[in-house]
Design a protein around this ligand. Structure first.
Ligand SMILES: [Zn+2]
Length: 325
């Protein structure tokens, strides 16, 4: 807009009603967030984008696709943009993504996030889980030094699923049987003293499944701390893992000042407290929520909505913090 036109446009502002003024502000905020979002999305392909279909780097710029650069691959002749093959491909209302990420950072429920962004509840549900798909898959491949492992349990929930085969429990309610039962989903959390955390939903806590989780994470330089449960002893012996079990039942909490499971247990309680806000997470989505919390716990205070958006479409498998302002 020419500056003279802009002046005239501005001078009309005082004739706007309060409602119109609010609409202008919302529109402007949407524009700014859309620009930020597009910047983050375009940056995700890096300086040398490659074709998501055949990985060729011989590309032509090929117009635009709803605000995003479109490329055409010389190798396979297919076109793509920065969102192709990411969990966010073909999602609508891009101007609201940054705001939605903020709602997620604020830990809002599906319903409240929908309200904050002016989208339908079903859209909010769909976005939440698309945005979390990458985080759910991002786990450290290796642990170092002293590694604590312990299991925790989440109540099975078929929330949102049709054909529930039992009487609905009150939201976020308690198991009908005390202690372990089929209604409790075991999650094994493994955490080293550098704060790297990995979690695994198990069918049950037996040697076979625990071994599958621990074996790839540990090596000859790590030292495993667990409680006195026999399953860990058995796996450690079988796999020649250096192991310091802490016999909590006998009142021992810390051995030699360093061997304990207090970090992993503190993680459990942060996770439970945070999860409690969502009134019972559907078991179907548990992995996404675990991933969300894992990332939040690892990078929490220093992340922005733009970081989370960048992470939702990053193809590297590692959370990358960036400043996208
Ligand atoms: Zn290609």
């Amino acid at each position: 807009m020419k500056s003279v036109d802009f002046k005239e446009w501005l001078s009309g502002m005082d004739r706007l009603s309060r409602g119109q003024r609010e609409a202008v502000i919302a529109e402007m905020a949407g524009q700014v967030e859309l620009e930020l979002g597009v910047k983050v999305i375009e940056a995700s392909v890096g300086d040398t984008p490659s074709c998501p279909h055949c990985q060729s780097q011989k590309l032509h710029r090929w117009g635009h696709d709803s605000g995003l650069q479109r490329y055409r691959c010389c190798g396979c002749a297919r076109t793509f943009n920065a969102l192709t093959d990411t969990p966010l491909a073909r999602l609508h209302y891009r101007e609201k993504w940054i705001k939605y990420q903020q709602a997620m950072l604020d830990g809002l429920s599906i319903r409240d996030a929908a309200k904050a962004c002016g989208i339908a509840k079903n859209t909010s549900l769909q976005w939440r889980h698309r945005f979390l798909r990458t985080a759910a898959a991002q786990k450290p491949a290796k642990m170092t030094g002293i590694v604590e492992a312990d299991e925790t349990f989440f109540l099975e929930s078929k929330k949102g699923q049709r054909n529930i085969d039992r009487k609905a429990r009150k939201r976020g309610g308690t198991a009908s049987k005390r202690g372990l039962s089929a209604e409790q989903i075991p999650v094994l959390v493994v955490r080293d003293r550098h704060g790297e955390t990995a979690d695994f939903i198990l069918g049950k806590v037996d040697a076979e499944q625990v071994k599958q989780v621990l074996k790839p994470l540990l090596n000859q330089d790590t030292l495993l701390c667990t409680d006195g449960a026999l399953v860990y002893k058995a796996v450690a012996k079988q796999e020649h893992i250096t192991h310091r079990p802490v016999n909590l039942a006998a009142g021992k909490r810390v051995i030699g000042g360093v061997y304990h499971v207090q970090n992993v247990n503190a993680y459990h309680s942060r996770l439970k407290k945070w999860m409690g806000k969502f009134n019972g997470v559907a078991t179907h989505y548990l992995a996404n929520y675990l991933g969300w919390h894992r990332m939040k716990d690892r990078f929490g205070e220093n992340t922005s909505p733009a970081d989370w958006l960048a992470n939702a479409i990053n193809r590297t498998g590692q959370f990358q913090q960036r400043c996208a302002t």
